[in-house]
Design a protein around this ligand. Structure first.
Ligand code: CA
Length: 233
C-alpha cells in the first residue's frame, strides 16, 4: 500500500511517516498542495493524508482539486484546530474522513485501515496471474491453494509486478515503489527482493524473467518444468 502524506510541518510529518512505515505502508511525503498534485499525476496512491494547514493552497482546496481532477483515492484530512466548520467543509470537498490533531497513531492507523477496506471493497481487490492471487484487502498471496508468505517489501515489489503484467516492470520504478520504505535503498536491493520472490514463485510454475537493461516480467514457465515442481512438492 502506498500512501501520500501532505503536511508542511516537518516534525509532524516525520512522526506520521515513521508510524505509517512501521505499520507496513510505503509513504511518500510532500509539503505542499502543488507538490501533491504533481505526485498524484505521476504515481498511483492507495490513499492520501492531507493536512488542512498548508502554505499557499490549503488542504481543503487540494481535496477539492483532486476530486475535480477525477482522483478517487480515499482522502483523510488532518486539522489542527477543533473547528467543526473545517471538518464539515472537508467532507463536503470530498474527503472521506478526518482526524483532529493532536491524535494518537493507533487511531490514525485504525481509521486508515477502515478507509482502505471501504475503498477496496468498492473496487476490485484481487490481482491474478496464472495460479497466483494477491488479495489486496487481506494483503495475502496464494497460489494453488497455498499461502505464500511475503515480507512487506516483497509485497510491494510483487504488487507492482502484478499491476504491470503483462508488461515488464521497470527496475527503476520498482525501486521508486520501495523508496517509501528506505531513503538509502539501492538498485541492488531490488535484485535481492526479486531473487527472494523467485524462490517463492518458482515452485508454482511462475518465473520472474529479467529483461536486460529494463526490468522484470512475470511469466509462466513451460508446463514440463512446473509439472516437475509439482512432483517434487
Ligand atoms: Ca500544516
Amino acid at each position: 500500500m502506498r500512501l501520500l502524506l501532505v503536511e508542511d510541518d516537518v516534525m509532524v510529518a516525520s512522526g506520521i511517516k515513521l508510524g505509517l512505515s512501521g505499520a507496513g505502508y510505503a509513504v511518500d511525503w510532500v509539503g505542499s498542495a502543488e507538490r501533491a498534485l504533481q505526485a498524484v499525476a505521476a504515481d498511483t496512491f492507495d490513499a492520501a493524508i492531507i493536512d488542512i494547514g498548508l502554505p499557499n493552497t490549503d488542504g481543503l482546496e487540494l481535496t477539492r482539486q483532486l476530486r475535480q481532477g477525477g482522483h478517487t483515492l480515499p482522502v483523510m484530512i488532518l486539522t489542527a484546530r477543533d473547528a467543526l466548520q473545517d471538518r464539515v467543509q472537508g467532507l463536503d470537498m470530498g474527503a472521506d474522513d478526518y482526524m483532529v490533531k493532536p491524535f494518537e497513531l493507533p487511531e490514525l492507523l485504525a481509521r486508515l485501515r477502515a478507509l482502505l477496506r471501504r475503498s477496496q471493497a468498492a473496487t476490485s481487490s484481487t490481482l491474478h496471474f496464472g495460479p497466483l492471487t494477491l488479495d489486496m484487502a487481506l494483503r495475502q498471496a496464494q497460489a494453488n491453494g497455498q499461502l505464500i508468505e511475503l515480507g512487506p517489501r516483497e509485497w510491494t515489489v510483487m504488487e507492482y509486478l502484478m499491476l504491470q503484467t503483462p508488461k515488464p516492470a521497470a527496475k527503476d520504478k520498482i525501486l521508486a515503489a520501495l523508496t517509501g520504505w528506505d531513503k538509502e535503498i539501492t538498485a541492488n536491493a531490488v535484485e535481492v527482493y526479486i531473487s527472494r520472490l523467485r524462490g517463492k514463485l518458482e515452485p508454482h510454475g511462475i518465473a520472474l524473467r529479467s529483461i536486460r537493461g529494463f526490468g522484470y516480467r512475470l511469466e509462466m514457465v513451460p508446463s514440463s518444468a512446473s509439472a516437475r515442481a509439482d512432483a517434487q512438492a
